[in-house]
Write a protein that binds this ligand. Sequence first.
Ligand code: UD1
Ligand code: CA
Length: 461
Amino acid sequence: MSELIVLIMAAGKGTRLKSSLPKVLHLLAGRPLLEHVIRASSPLRPTETLVVVGYEAKSIKTRFADFRSLVFVEQVPQLETGHAVQLALPLLKQHRGTVLILSGDVPLISTPALEKLIATHRKGGSSATLLSTMLEDPTGYGRILRNSQGTLDRIVEQRDANSQQQSVREINTGTYCFEIPELCDVLALLSANNSQKEYYLTDCIGLLRERKKVVSAVVCEDPLEVSGVNTRMDLARLEQIVRDRKLQQLMADGVTILDPNSTYVTPDVQVGKDTILYPNVFLEKESSIGSGCQIYPNVRITQSILEDNVLVLDGSVISESHIQSNAQIGPFAHLRPHSRIGKKARIGNFVETKNTQLGDHSKASHLSYLGDAQVGEHVNIGAGTITCNYDGTAKHQTVIEDRVFVGSDSQLIAPVTIHQSAYIAAGSSIDQEVPPDSLAIARSQQINKENWAKTRVRRKE
Ligand code: UD1
Ligand code: CA
């Protein structure tokens, strides 16, 4: 098998997006455009993946720092796609075989489509093979020009096409295979002989043809798969497509979605059967929702695990947390990162948790903040209980053991431990360890001044 190198062009600014963010960092289904392209090509197991960056190169490199196998090539200034590949030549020349050139702004490209392109390229012994597609409205794309026998001749860009060429509906998707030595030969010949005075990679096709090399085109049947993102409208259109596909797959797998038009689930989310999603629900990142759950309106769940039969009531936000089966959350609860809620536990309205574990059957039903807390099983956290976890410098832990009852409106001043089966009297400020089975009262004594009100009225008169 000959070697495969992947080269992704991602140096452009994306002028038509009118953004200070480089185009390939714009998000589609919660992921940068470039990440979609990387994910589609990595199963091909290339020897190397080169990414040409230029505009805001640093922010792209930072964003992809975890993708250790990528090799970045810098293109400054950006003199078009041919120039981008020219700058990668020193690295490309170290390899023989095939280079698969992809555009960082064609995010829905699939691995099977790429496999088919490579297979056709190699089987045909071609110097270059490109992926084309037929569009109802080809405006903006490079057009595929074929000769009278129907063989690929060259590509003409929209801005350089005459009106007859503009009527061609077959377009260049910006996805190509080239044999590396032949690509090197013609890249050296590219001239900026076009309306923009720039170096078009697309001209390499015509140059190879003139040299009697075999060039071919594979037509991609699904134009959506090879849609480029050039404008915010394109971005919204593709977002809708990705979303519809995901929702359809979930419904086919047994998830009830009341209103698909207002439900947002990103591709990596899993949802079990018989779960019901109400309108305005957002499920994001690698969240996993069990079966038989009910997620009520206006809920956002990010990077979290919900086991089976969890009920999430209206207006709740859950991030990087784990909720065990049959628990109930909300309405209006905020579970911040590293919250772990036990089986049949309950987090009620206006309760916030962070880095907190709440044991099985425990409840914090109203108006509480639990931060850096370790709460056991069968604990009752009364309304308005606050863990005072931050002293202005460091965070401290509150430990509440099994079967503790915390009376309403108490403050637990961390670090502090309340041992099992203890009671905290309502309105207490607890800053000392509470022994097991005891009652801690930490509030000022009540004084009743009898007849005080009557004397006050008399004084007024
Ligand atoms: C390009 C093709 C066009 C094709 C279309 C498909 C050329 C000349 N034209 O046009 O035939 O129909 O894609 O979507 O190739 N880039 C660089 N360096 C540059 C310029 C661009 O790396 O100097 C990158 C961009 O970041 C982007 C990709 O190349 O990811 C395509 O660039 P773009 O400017 O969007 O090209 P199109 O005008 O869409
Ligand atoms: Ca484009």
